[in-house]
Ligand binder design. Structure first.
Ligand code: NAP
Ligand code: MG
Length: 478
């Protein structure tokens, strides 16, 4: 399976046998190789998916589709240890985090398996003598481009949803981490997913990714990744008027009011930036703290951040490495510029002595009193870097919270019921958590952004509907 694409139920190498080495971020070691697919393999994968749309998959009743997905969910649990080990080595994330990702992936297949036969259309009132039906049909062939930060979770949410709706899929996982997605193709086939319903074309973004985004044979495109690449992808999709969903980056605020229960707040806020080494689209990367409690919160947060330990995936500490050298240097660049701007470091975690020197480690860092216009308070760092800012009242919290180009998720911490609702309504984001953050993995919760965080929704039932298109049937029955 390594070094190959998965097309029409068969493993095949890229045309000239070209491969890309897979590097473990924990120590920089080569742990495998993937096929370097290009337009030719993408063409074959789209053709296989198209054939599935007119073949066995299209003829599979919704309940049976659901049963196959549920079976995949169970098989993920059966293979949990193998998937966990692979995901951890490939992404560098601590084993306990990888284990959670495996469970979330299984949950997506369970959830969408259960939804497959509950997706239905509507009837509408119309003129006398008419009956109007709004059918909900699969889009057809869906293309999926996913990032390296949560390969299994991304796979579950986007492929689970699309298959449940009856589509046939082609996925281009990220060059930096896609071994678990390849294993998933094998698992899905063993569970009876018909040939062509799922095709995997690993490779580079500018080759396989661009070929898929601009392919005239796909009916819908789901892209998850950076805002910059999202622009390229949407441009490529526009060539064929292919509808697309863009799940992009974020600069999500954690807004802590003076009446918040700090015992609950602090561990969640610290975890929301250190989880996956801060490489999470919904990372809570800004702590907006009411000025009356600013000093106390900073002192207590600093204590927590200083106690964090960073190490390899196998050491299974609080935080693993970032994905590659380039990402490490990018995060270090933000830190160097923060130092030049004299932004004070309030606390830093420790890289454990046993962490291999060849790994890509960054110390979790808390910055104090970051000016709202500074890049640390504006840009997605995608590392374990938390920017703290003070605010004086609700209006200022909303202004700072909304004062970035992104709009993905926000956390609001207050015991005041009226304020909870006012804040939830005033924040321009796709998801608001009140007195919690990122709870439960979010499988059931519609997710997506506004502004530079993208458009379209995945997860939950709403995500499922995006993988369908409506058709209006008007019958004049007299
Ligand atoms: P990225 O660089 O944008 O890459 C995402 C995917 O796009 C990868 O598979 C990449 O391929 C591919 N790609 C790159 N150039 C392409 C092109 N010209 N045409 C088509 N595809 C292309 O993002 P990343 O660095 O992997 O992931 C981090 C970003 O994803 C962050 O901004 C994060 O916030 C965002 N993200 C968003 C969500 C969400 O749900 N909103 C979830 C997770 C992550 P290669 O990597 O193989 O080159
Ligand atoms: Mg890797």
């Amino acid at each position: 399976m390594q070094g190959c694409a998965f097309i029409a139920d068969k493993w095949r190498p890229a045309a000239d046998g070209r491969t890309i080495d897979m590097i473990c971020p924990s120590d920089g070691a080569v742990i495998g190789a993937i096929a370097r697919c290009e337009a030719m393999e993408v063409d074959a994968a789209v053709a296989a998916a198209r054939a599935a749309c007119g073949g066995a998959w299209a003829r599979t009743p919704a309940a049976d589709r659901g049963r196959i997905l549920a079976k995949i969910g169970m098989a993920i649990l059966d293979h949990a240890e193998a998937l966990t080990t692979l995901e951890a080595a490939d992404t560098g994330k601590p084993l306990k985090q990888a284990r959670n990702d495996v469970l979330a992936c299984a949950r997506y297949f369970e959830f969408y398996g259960g939804c497959a036969d509950k997706l239905h259309g509507e009837t509408l009132p119309f003129l006398n003598g008419y009956q109007v039906l709004v059918l909900r049909e699969p889009r057809g062939v869906t293309g999926h481009i996913i990032p390296w930060n949560y390969p299994l979770q991304m796979f579950g949410r986007t492929i689970g949803g699309s298959l449940a709706a009856g589509n046939a899929t082609v996925i281009k996982p990220a060059e930096d981490a896609c071994l678990s997605v390849l294993l998933m193709a094998e698992i899905a086939a063993e569970c009876g997913l018909p040939a062509g319903a799922l095709n995997v074309v690993p490779g580079l973004g500018e080759e396989a990714g661009a070929a898929l985004a601009g392919h005239g044979g796909i009916d819908y495109l789901s892209f998850t990744g950076s805002s910059a690449v999202g622009t390229l992808v949407q441009r490529a999709a526009a060539e064929h008027h292919t509808p697309c969903a863009l799940e992009l980056g974020g600069k999500s605020p954690q807004i802590i009011f003076a009446d918040a229960d700090l015992e609950t707040v602090l561990p969640v806020v610290a975890n929301a930036i250190v989880q996956n080494a801060g490489q999470t689209c919904s990372a809570g990367s800004r702590a907006l703290i009411h000025r009356d409690i600013y000093d106390e919160v900073m002192a207590r947060l600093a204590e927590r951040i200083s106690a964090l330990r960073v190490g390899s995936h196998a050491m299974d500490l609080d935080c693993g490495p970032v994905i590659n050298r380039q990402q490490m240097q990018r995060v270090e660049g933000f830190m160097a510029r923060a130092a030049e701007s004299q932004i004070r470091v309030a606390a830093q975690g420790n890289i454990d002595k046993a962490a291999p020197e060849t790994g890509f480690y960054v110390k979790p860092t808390l910055y104090e009193a970051v000016p709202p216009a500074h890049e640390l308070a504006q840009e997605e760092v995608f590392g374990p870097v938390l920017a703290a800012l003070a605010f004086k009242d609700e209006a200022e919290a909303v202004a700072i919270g909304n004062g970035v180009a992104y709009g993905l998720v926000a956390g609001v911490w207050t015991e005041n019921g009226g304020r909870q609702m006012r804040m939830a309504k005033a924040l321009r984001v796709g998801q608001v958590f009140v007195n919690g953050y990122g709870a439960g993995g979010g499988v059931e919760l519609p997710f997506g952004g506004v502004k530079r965080s993208g458009h379209g929704r995945e997860k939950g039932f709403e995500g499922l509907r995006e993988f369908t298109v409506s058709k209006t049937v008007v019958i004049n029955h007299g």
